[in-house]
Write a protein that binds this ligand. Structure first.
Ligand code: P5A
Length: 424
């Protein structure tokens, strides 16, 4: 991609309402544009990151046997009256009337709808367990949308729903999802701390939140330090809670010995048994022809929030530092002297050669050296290949690592080899 043709409206100005660094950087890097409070448009740089995150999430979902669907965003109110949540969900629900005065709502979550699909099509225990997920937009009319896309009103979620024959099978699925979430976040370069959580409006009696450690997080976590080095299996039984759940009576370790950190909730999983299957009368027949109400769970990942959370946990005073797995491009080429023919030739040659194997953003714009370097650090692509007059005369270009700021002086051939040979 040529930067001169890439729609990334970077800017130096941030609105005063952008108080957290991820919000400021997403606006400065030209990733998002505000439509209304808590509602954003997503621009190409953000979309590239979002697609990478979605690919990792989808891959991990398919590994645990969950099948992708796409529910409608608009649901009939009737479905939520069946579960009893139409009233209890309250003002966070965006209620809509169509031209015939029918009552609808924009999905804040899809437990009812998943259960409805199940009851329509699944009638035998032989189809259990069943796991479905989607990646789709939600709307929750939060009282205080803030921190940009971190707490939006419209946001993208991976939401999964499971149907099991019995409690043991439901527990096994819950654990499978638990492990897969640890892997999912690890693949994005993040360490997610699983904490015991409150089921809240989703309901049920077992729930874990996955929290990314970040100073600007909205949650305060108390956790046993061993959690940081434990395997996913061990993590399920190591103590960690959010401050509102801490109870000195039941905590296995005194408060003074627990680690305290701020966290951002990027995932939340729930086991709620037959809370939805019973009221919606969603059942299958078991081997004896008796009614069996599936034991259910639901599993969320805040995809759009993750983009902000990754920035919160990986940036410096110059800008974003994307983990390689979710970076919008693998490498950027900065031609510092666009008017210089030799620089242009070398930069183009590098661009063409490396593009065959990697995603490259070639900054071919005729802007000042300072602006070009500043934009590259702001956008945070993991590697910068810097082509400048002086070094080119010595047959060299610079390869800079955005994270470490380490610079290597290499020939253009060496750089091409670095990015195109297998194993790099
Ligand atoms: C789980 C899947 C649920 O809704 N039903 C379907 C369950 N869980 S949840 O905890 O309420 O949300 C799941 C994740 O979505 C993200 N999230 C948000 N992201 C941005 N803005 C918001 N207002 C918002 N609300 C929730 C979080 O990452 C949460 O863990």
């Amino acid at each position: 991609m040529l930067f001169s043709q890439f729609f990334a409206p970077t800017s130096r100005d941030v609105p005063s309402e952008a108080v957290v660094i991820s919000h400021q950087l997403m606006i400065r890097a030209g990733m998002i544009s505000k439509t209304a409070s808590g509602i954003y448009c997503w621009l190409p740089l953000a979309m590239r990151v979002m697609e990478k995150i979605i690919a990792i999430v989808a891959d991990e979902q398919s590994k645990i046997g969950s099948q992708r669907v796409l529910f409608s965003t608009i649901q009939p109110a009737e479905l939520w009256k069946e579960s009893g949540r139409y009233d209890s969900y309250g003002k966070e629900m965006l209620r809509i009337r169509d031209r015939k005065d029918g009552e609808f709502l924009y999905s804040p979550t899809n437990e009812e709808q998943a259960t409805d699909i199940f009851r329509k099509y699944v009638h035998s225990y032989k189809y259990l367990p069943l796991m479905l997920y989607q990646i789709h937009w939600k709307f929750r009319d939060e009282i205080r949308p803030r921190f940009g896309v971190m707490r939006g009103r419209e946001f993208l979620m991976k939401d999964g729903y499971s149907f099991a024959r019995n409690f043991a099978e439901a527990q096994e699925i819950y654990q499978r999802v638990f492990h897969s979430y640890i892997n999912t976040f690890r693949r994005m370069g993040l360490i997610a701390i699983p904490v015991q959580a409150d089921p809240g409006a989703i309901g049920g009696n077992m729930s874990h939140e996955f929290q990314i450690l970040a100073e600007t997080g909205e949650s305060t976590l108390f956790y046993d330090g061993r959690l940081l080095n434990a395997s996913a299996e061990e993590q399920l039984s190591i103590y960690a809670v959010t401050d509102d759940r801490y109870d000195s009576q039941t905590a296995p370790i005194p408060k003074e010995e627990l680690m305290v950190s701020k966290g951002i909730e990027v995932g939340h999983i729930f086991y709620f048994g037959t809370k939805y299957s019973k009221p919606l009368d969603a059942y299958v027949l078991d081997e004896n022809g008796n009614k069996l109400y599936p034991e259910m769970g639901s599993y969320g990942i805040g995809i759009s929030r993750l983009i902000a959370a990754i920035i919160e946990s990986s940036h410096d005073n110059r800008g974003i530092i994307w983990p390689e797995a979710v970076a919008p491009f693998d490498v950027t080429i900065l031609n510092l002297h666009q008017q210089d023919e030799e620089c242009r030739d070398i930069a183009l040659k590098l661009y063409q050669a490396i593009s065959s194997k990697r995603e490259v953003l070639y900054d071919d714009r005729s802007i000042s050296v300072g602006e070009k370097l500043a934009d590259a650090d702001l956008i945070g692509i993991p590697y910068q290949i810097i082509v400048g007059q002086k070094k080119i005369r010595e047959g060299k270009v610079e390869l800079k690592n955005r994270k470490t700021s380490n610079v290597e002086l290499l020939s253009p051939e060496e750089v091409i080899k670095r990015f195109t040979s297998n194993g790099e």
